[in-house]
Design a protein around this ligand. Structure first.
Ligand code: FES
Length: 178
C-alpha cells in the first residue's frame, strides 16, 4: 500500500520532489519517534520540576531565620553616638535594618523599608522620626508607628539586647523583615 505522505506529495506535486526522495518519511516510524520525543520531553519537564522543588526546599533549609541563632551582635556600644543611627543587615534577609541610639542607654531597631512602597527610611534625629523621602511618610522614632503620610502599617520592630560589650539583635518584636 502506498505511504499516505507519499500519496499526498504526489497529489500535490504530481511527482515526488527530490528532497522527499532523498529523505523518505515512513509515517509509522515518524509517529513512533514523536511519541518517544514526547516521553523524553515529559521526562525532562518532570526532572525540571523535581529539581526546582528540591532547590526551593534546599534554599528554605539554608535560610537563616532569627530563631536559627540566639543573638547577633550589631555594633559595639561606643561605636554609635547618642542621637545617631546605624544601618545593618540581618543574615537571611534582604531588607536592611536600622539601629537608633535614642539616649545613653536606650536603643531601638526597625526594618529600614517603608511599609508604603519599600523606600528606605532615614533617621531625622532633631525630630526623632524615621522619614521616608519618597512620599513624605514618617514613623515615630521610638515606636515605629505611623505619624503621617501614606504608610498604613508601622515599621517592623526588632528585639534587641543592650549588653556592656554591645547591642545584640535577638529576634523580631513586631512584623517580619523582607
Ligand atoms: S514609600 Fe514611603 S511614603 Fe511612600
Amino acid at each position: 500500500m502506498q505511504d499516505p505522505i507519499e500519496k499526498r506529495l504526489k497529489d500535490k506535486y504530481k511527482e515526488v520532489p527530490k528532497w522527499a526522495e532523498d529523505f523518505p518519511i515512513d509515517q509509522s516510524s515518524d509517529s513512533n519517534v514523536s511519541r518517544r520525543d514526547f516521553i523524553r520531553y515529559l521526562g525532562l519537564v518532570s526532572l525540571g520540576f523535581f529539581a526546582g522543588t528540591v532547590g526551593v526546599w534546599f534554599n528554605s533549609m539554608l535560610k537563616i531565620t532569627p530563631r536559627a541563632f540566639n543573638r547577633m551582635k550589631i555594633i559595639d556600644r561606643e561605636d554609635l553616638k547618642v542621637g545617631e543611627s546605624y544601618v545593618f543587615e540581618v543574615p537571611g534577609y534582604k531588607e536592611p535594618a536600622m539601629l537608633v541610639r535614642l539616649n545613653q542607654d536606650e536603643y531601638v531597631a526597625f526594618g529600614q523599608k517603608c511599609t508604603h512602597l519599600q523606600c528606605p527610611v532615614i533617621w531625622k534625629k532633631d525630630e526623632k522620626i524615621l522619614f521616608c523621602p519618597c512620599h513624605k511618610g514618617a514613623f515615630n522614632g521610638v515606636t515605629g508607628d505611623v505619624l503621617y503620610g501614606p504608610p498604613e502599617r508601622p515599621l517592623p520592630k526588632l528585639k534587641i539586647e543592650v549588653l556592656p560589650d554591645g547591642i545584640y539583635f535577638v529576634g523580631m518584636e513586631r512584623g517580619e523583615l523582607a
